[in-house]
Write a protein that binds this ligand. Structure first.
Ligand code: BG6
Length: 476
């Protein structure tokens, strides 16, 4: 495994800890070697010290074992390459075993993907056995995504390309497929008119941290919605695939992306909300506003929050709004999908709540649970009803270890399993829908609405749902 960006943040915090866990549990092939590539002039020993200092803190302490850690470090080499300098690649050729099967992990800025692939091919390191892993963001718009796909596609067949969206590696996201396609009970109800709306929320408490250089150019729509939230929407909305084969699953997801109703500028004004956090408090601790974060340009208009209403133009979902929402500096870290079932057609129980609809709440993180909200009779005389939950706590149901998303996806790459990676046409379809929203925002030329850190976004986000007599799950 050859990791470009081996001295970067993603490698240190996510990839190397995930590889250690895979190694600890015997999931790396016996003769694995890991070559980290970076620009810094590290010796091998200096790089091992870097891993000790920067990756070890991200390994769960209960999993740290001195011998296993030392054996893990023994897998590593470090090769210094300035990726734009073609002559530097000779260092990699010299370090690489000629007969090895190679996985190239590109954990660098996407602007470098083309150059890296050109150089790898030129120095003869790419063959039909090779695999390449591409980290997000894959481009900043449709044209740049296409350009990356085209240049990587010159050297790697689609079946050799693993486009990572780490949400697809989460246990709970994979479990969504089982909830839908392993249980017959929801099948007949999983469509209009039995579902009133679907809500997908990915709320984070963290702010932009030290990533303003990247984030300010990106914003929440590109960073989260274009990939993670749309992938969740696909799994909720897709038709049953004929099998779990990668292309069978990805064909169905693609159809959903292609059925997303394009938004005109007036739709964008009505159906989207952009927000930016101002100073506030999270868990009782004061936090800065976005404009006061390090390296955020004065007056930046980058959104740290998005809420939007999407529609899927097909039979199953006609007239069912999908509300998507994500933001930084929300009160709680909480990712969930809420399926809001249709209201009771008629209530024979006069004291019951009006407009009551059952809700299926699928919590993805931090807790993994599935709740079905129903009405039950409060004990006592009379027919007083209250909502209660049928509650499935997946942590209690399965007490075994949960692998992190990156560990699971890295093992998939090693074993050649593509189901949980994005195909080229999926990525381009997602950009095709998202790009007009970015263009519409530029045309509308409005500042993002502010929201106080520690709240669920601007008031306009609640209004988006209230217009349709609906409300976000936490506002019920
Ligand atoms: C990344 C985004 O893809 O996902 C980050 O770039 C975000 O901005 C992160 O914080 C969220 O991932 P998770 O797994 O913590 O929900």
């Amino acid at each position: 495994m050859i990791i470009f960006g081996g001295g970067g943040d993603l490698s240190a915090r996510k990839l190397l800890p995930a590889l250690y866990m895979a190694h600890l549990h015997g999931n790396l092939p016996a003769d694995t070697r890991i070559i980290a590539i970076g620009r810094k002039d590290f010796s091998r020993d200096q790089y091992l010290t870097f891993i000790d200092e920067h990756s070890r803190p991200f390994v769960d302490s209960s999993a740290l074992d001195k011998q296993a850690w030392d054996r893990f470090l023994a897998l590593f080499d470090y090769v210094r390459i300035d990726v734009v300098s073609s002559s530097d690649y000779a260092n990699l050729v010299a370090a690489s075993r000629p007969e090895a099967q190679r996985v190239f992990y590109l954990a660098t800025s996407p602007e470098l993907f083309t150059t890296i692939c050109d150089n790898l091919a030129a120095c003869g390191l790419v063959n039909e056995q090779s695999r390449v892993v591409l980290e997000k963001p894959l481009g900043h718009d449709l044209a740049s995504a296409r350009a990356i796909n085209a240049s990587v596609g010159q050297y790697f067949a689609e079946s050799q390309i693993y486009r990572i969206d780490h949400y697809l590696g989460k246990e709970t996201v994979q479990n969504l497929m089982v909830l839908r396609f392993g249980n017959a009970i929801f099948g007949p109800l999983w469509q209009a008119p039995y579902i009133k709306n679907v809500q997908i929320t990915v709320a984070e408490t963290v702010g932009v941290g030290s990533r303003a250089g990247f984030y300010d150019q990106t914003g929440a729509l590109r960073d989260m919605v274009q990939n993670h939230l749309l992938q969740l929407l696909c799994i909720v909305a897709m038709e049953p695939p004929v099998s779990l084969d990668p292309d069978a699953v990805r064909d169905e997801k693609l159809k959903v992306l292609r059925s997303l109703r394009p938004m005109t500028v007036s739709d964008i004004a009505r159906n989207t909300v952009r927000g930016q956090y101002t100073a506030g408090a999270i868990g009782g601790e004061p936090v800065k506003g976005y404009l006061d974060e390090d390296n955020v340009p004065p007056g930046s208009r980058t959104e740290t929050f998005v809420a939007l209403r999407a529609h899927i133009n097909n039979w199953r979902w006609a007239n069912v709004p999908f509300f998507l929402r994500t933001g930084k500096r929300m009160p709680k870290r909480r990712s969930e999908i809420v399926i809001d079932f249709a209201d009771l057609p008629f209530s024979i129980i006069p004291s019951g709540p009006r407009n009551y609809g059952n809700r299926l709440i699928i919590q993805l993180q931090p807790e993994e649970s599935i709740q079905l909200q129903m009405l039950a009779k409060e004990p006592g005389s009379g027919m007083h009803m209250l909502p209660v939950n049928l509650n499935l706590d997946l942590q209690q149901a399965f007490t075994g270890r949960r692998a992190e998303a990156y560990e699971r996806l890295l093992i998939d790459v090693i074993r050649g399993r593509l189901t949980h990676f994005m195909r080229r046409d999926e990525l381009e379809a997602a950009w095709t829908w998202v790009e007009p929203i970015l263009a519409g925002w530029r045309e509308l030329d409005e500042r993002p609405r502010t929201y106080t850190a520690g709240t669920y976004g601007p008031a306009a986000s609640s209004a988006l749902m209230a217009h349709e007599n609906m409300s976000w799950a936490e506002e019920m």
